[in-house]
Design a protein around this ligand. Sequence first.
Ligand SMILES: [Cu+2]
Length: 196
Amino acid sequence: MKRSAFFLTALALSAAVVGCGGSDAPATQAGGDAPDATTAAPSALSLSVPEWYQIDEAARTVTLRITAGATNVQNYWNFNGFAKGSGASIIVPEGYAVTLEFTNQDPNMAHSVGIEEWRESNWPGSVEVSPEFPGAVSSNPGSLIDSTMPGESETLQFEVDRAGEYAMVCYVPGHATIGMFVKFVVSSDGTAGVMM
Ligand SMILES: [Cu+2]
């Protein structure tokens, strides 16, 4: 119930923003919609289920296809084109088994992935490998030569047994500092999908 209401609200807000042609320049809008657009701006994200997120509610499983260097955002130091803990929050229901199919499409650079404690900023140059869920980290994650190299893939499996806010992060030195992390949320109310 709560989830549906939230979803509809988010959709409505999203539609309002789109209808106004964007929220970052309300002063240029000719009509009377500018105040609404300004109000909606902080909540302009909406929940959706992109093609890289598959959920089976009966089996309580989620499969995430996560690609490092999916786009050239941040010189390829991104996950599915997202970085800096903003733009997308991946939301998985508590108690689900997650299969994370990780691929590195950055033509130049090693990357890795794991689920760590959330932090919005001030990531250290070398992130300590301390995954929040057993199995939620790729192999040799801090190595420049032996983590997930360009063109390589690795599949992780883990169960998200504690609701909370976490970070999907790259452990290759300096990458998290630059912003190679995305918010990863384990919901306690069954919410599933990606806020973006
Ligand atoms: Cu990286």
